[in-house]
Design a protein around this ligand. Sequence first.
Ligand code: PLP
Length: 482
Amino acid sequence: MDQNSAPLWEAIENQINSMSVQFHIPGHKRGQAIPDEFKKVAGQNIFLMDLTEIPGLDDLHNPQEAIAEAQALAADLYGADRSYFLINGTSCGIVALIMSLCRQGDKIIVPRNAHRSVLSGLVISGATPIYYQPATLPYFGCLVGPDPAQIQDLLEKHKEVKAVMAVSPTYYGVLGDVTDVANICHRFGVPLLVDEAHGSHLRFHPQLPPDALTSGADAVVQSTHKTGGSLTQSSMLHLKEERIAPGLVTEALRMVQSTSPSYILMASLDLARLQMARQGKELLDFTLALTHWCREKLLCIPGVRLLSVEHLGLPGARYLDATRLTISLLERGLTGYQTAELLQKKYGVITEMADYASVVAILSLGSHFEDCSRLVEAIGQIVQLESGEPLVIPKTIAMPPPEVILSPRVAWQSSNQRILLKDCLGRISGETVAVYPPGIPVICPGEKITAQVLEYLFEVRDQNLKIQGPADSTLKSLKVVI
Ligand SMILES: Cc1ncc(COP(=O)(O)O)c(C=O)c1O
């Protein structure tokens, strides 16, 4: 296909140039009803692009013209049989995939540390999760991808599984061997779905790890907005049709996406695809040069540890996306949380994420040398001025195995009440509690709060570890099913 055009963008430009008058939504009519404060910062032109499904602009939910052509070009570039533009992020793509493959009571193999949209997909579909726990890398304590042997084991035990889900790359840019996992899944006749939220750029540079679709995945959801040059909330779902019926995915996406999809977001996807087709390799050459420069400089600062290929080697940790910088100052007595706070408050450097061991900085197509230089300088200054006694990642007791009593959907639909943590023994949890490190939920909705789980939660409270999920973040109480 001719990758040099951007059909949706061109359709929008034609519409803007037509100078027609608008008696259709959006109500702001080319920005005229947009408050001045907004226009002062955003300018005027953005509002001209904010259009709707009028003739000539196609319909995301039944694409026949410009959107169909733009999606076909994306499929061609990303090696899919079919690609979908998503205007509700990768989150809605993951929910739609689970909905399209699983019915009430069906089993799906998912990583225990999956993004929260997986839980939404389980609640909406009624599917029952079979969890696997990814390993953590020593020193950095960060989670890795799926271990093929673990997936094979689960598929042997659960013959009736409808799909396997994997996260690749992880937030830290770590990838396992997706080819091995895909081969195993296919031997069992099961499709592999990959949450590639952090990997839309991988395909475009030979020095980057292989992308999931090339590695044999059946469906891949990518946050183009995270690493690919489109606007926040815009993502793509790429499908291979051999094991997944596209009709079901299309229907599921209709249920989870707005009937008023933003043309600004969709146009940004069309142009991001064009950009990668024309200049992907060249832009990534520059990003990789920057990242290598940062790596070299950071490693010269005494006490700085940087997640690098030599730290890999576990099953589930075969490749590293070099554009992710996982920087640890534990040896200098600073947790990732403290480092991130200092970076932001004292040096105006905002990183993507922090955990106990490290901060994660994302370099991408938009990164500049000046930004990198500020990051490196700030880390150097922090090491000089803020160092303390070396720290190690706090050891928690072994993560207790989940005891699933109710499916996430039944737990979600049940009545619940908040009770003191000390009274939770034997009850069924109504919410998720994920602890950082390692970022794996100790308990999910529908699971039994066993003595081991309770002991773990008390330890988490005593050690003051960061948690995500429960409404009561102090963990004094927990929501349980009644
Ligand atoms: C691993 C992972 N999957 C899925 C998502 C959801 O992506 P989006 O924000 O595009 O909905 C995220 C978001 O941070 C993520 O980190």
